[in-house]
Design a protein around this ligand. Structure first.
Ligand SMILES: *[C@@H]1O[C@H](CO)[C@@H](O)[C@H](O)[C@H]1NC(C)=O
Length: 421
């Protein structure tokens, strides 16, 4: 007769097995509990190639309180010349996303996205930018990112802080693995091992007439500065299309329909479109993610208004700074089906001091600090360093091995051309 496996084992071994199972349970439980407190750093599956993949840093919110900020927006906001140490001091925690990416370990093989329109493969060598390959379509977004990279090279106060690297970036909404991308999601079925880069809008977003970042900032501040909290319309505003993320957005239209607190409508460019600065006239700005993230968040964060959104699935460059509670709260989180939207809008209409505090926190932290060109440029240079340390560094490259110089590429708009005079 066969003895069942467990009863045939010596008791001491059984103890060890039971203890290990208990430890595994406790470990998963502690992970589960932890994820409740770090909603913007969702736990992600480990992958065999990246054993440390998805481990958030110990204290993702270890940044300085806004009241103690070592930063004066009037003089520091446009300063592009901070060295690595100064960047750390001026923008505590801003490089969290880079640390998260670095903690995954070596980047390994960089996949080549020849079928994708939005990718660019490039190199930085001795402080100069070279373009190696790019997707067929010349997107403005590609140019914007390359200009941003170039600007952060030109303004590096210390050339030794710029490593020689090879990298690929993608300006499509969806990220790619081992590639610099615009947003990241810990959701199942999404690419996990991507590196977040600053958005192309930090250069310019001309298509929706938002314009260069400096223009957008100026237009928004002109509208927003003179308005006190009481001056703003006590309405929650949203314009968008239900074509993207129809479930979330369709539900919003349903919940807000005909409500006295709502100016929520499907966008019709001819009748109800709002310029980006006009949103600041409202007390409540409803933010909805689209295909992935939505580009307007950073502009909303320039209005002394309250941003309302369900829990975000996508993280961008500045996402780790979002706080949905406590004294530093800078947005209001609602249920994914918007069922508590009305109640929350009403609450903040009835509690104007609390509401104004949230709105003040938003502009203080984002407009007047982390979303300045100074922060963006610091991030790029930290990204170059982080990428180099994770295996993106290249050795000696002869001139003909480097790719097309940025200076020529930006004039010709292509990598190859016939010689003429
Ligand atoms: C918000 O900021 C404005 C402008 O600095 C200030 O006048 C107001 O007192 C602040 N409100 C609260 C509640 O902190």
């Amino acid at each position: 007769m066969q003895t069942p496996l467990l009863t045939s084992l010596p008791p001491r071994l059984l103890y060890i097995i039971a203890a290990s199972l208990l430890l595994i349970c406790l470990f998963s439980l502690s992970h589960f509990t932890k994820s409740q407190y770090t909603p913007l750093l969702p736990q992600v599956q480990q992958t065999p190639n990246h054993p440390n993949y998805g481990q958030p840093p110990e204290d993702p919110k270890g940044w300085i309180k806004p009241s103690l900020r070592p930063f004066d927006p009037a003089t520091d906001g446009d300063n592009l010349f901070y060295n690595s140490e100064e960047c750390d001091a001026k923008f505590p925690g801003l490089f969290t996303e880079i640390d998260v990416a670095k903690a995954r370990g070596d980047i390994g093989e960089i996949p080549f996205h020849d079928g994708d329109k939005g990718y660019v493969k490039a190199r930085i060598y001795k402080g100069k930018l070279y373009i190696v390959a790019k997707g067929d379509d010349v997107w403005h977004r590609q140019y914007a990112i390359l200009h941003q990279i170039h600007r952060s090279l030109l303004t590096a106060p210390n050339p030794s802080e710029i490593p020689n690297i090879e990298f690929q970036f993608l300006v499509n909404d969806h990220p790619a693995p081992s590639t610099w991308s615009l947003a990241w999601s810990g959701n199942d079925g999404e690419v996990h091992d991507t590196w977040i880069m600053p958005d192309y809008g930090f250069w310019s977003w001309p298509e929706p007439h938002i314009g260069s970042y400096a223009e957008a900032k100026e237009k928004i501040e002109e509208v927003d500065r003179p308005l006190s909290w009481a001056d703003k319309q006590g309405l929650a505003v949203w314009r968008g299309t239900v074509h993207w993320n129809g479930e979330l957005r369709g539900k919003l239209l349903e919940v807000a329909k005909g409500k006295p607190w709502s100016d929520v409508a499907e966008l019709d460019w001819k009748t109800n479109a709002l310029k980006i600065e006009e949103f600041c006239k409202y007390k409540f700005l409803i933010y909805t993610e689209g295909v992935t993230y939505s580009g307007r968040l950073r502009y909303f964060q320039h209005c002394r208004s309250i941003i309302i959104t369900p829990r975000l699935a996508w993280r961008q460059y500045q996402s780790f700074l979002l706080q949905s509670s406590g004294p530093d709260q800078n947005y209001v989180e609602v249920a994914p089906d918007w069922s508590d939207l009305e109640e929350k809008v009403q609450y903040y209409l009835d509690h104007p001091i609390e509401a104004e505090r949230i709105a003040n926190n938003t502009v203080r932290l984002f407009r007047d600090w982390y979303l300045t060109p100074a922060g963006e440029v610091c991030y790029w240079r930290k990204l170059f360093q982080g990428w180099a340390s994770a295996g993106g560094e290249v050795g000696e490259l002869k001139l003909e091995e480097r790719g097309r110089s940025w200076e020529s590429y930006v004039l010709m708009g292509k990598l190859d051309w016939e010689a003429t005079a």
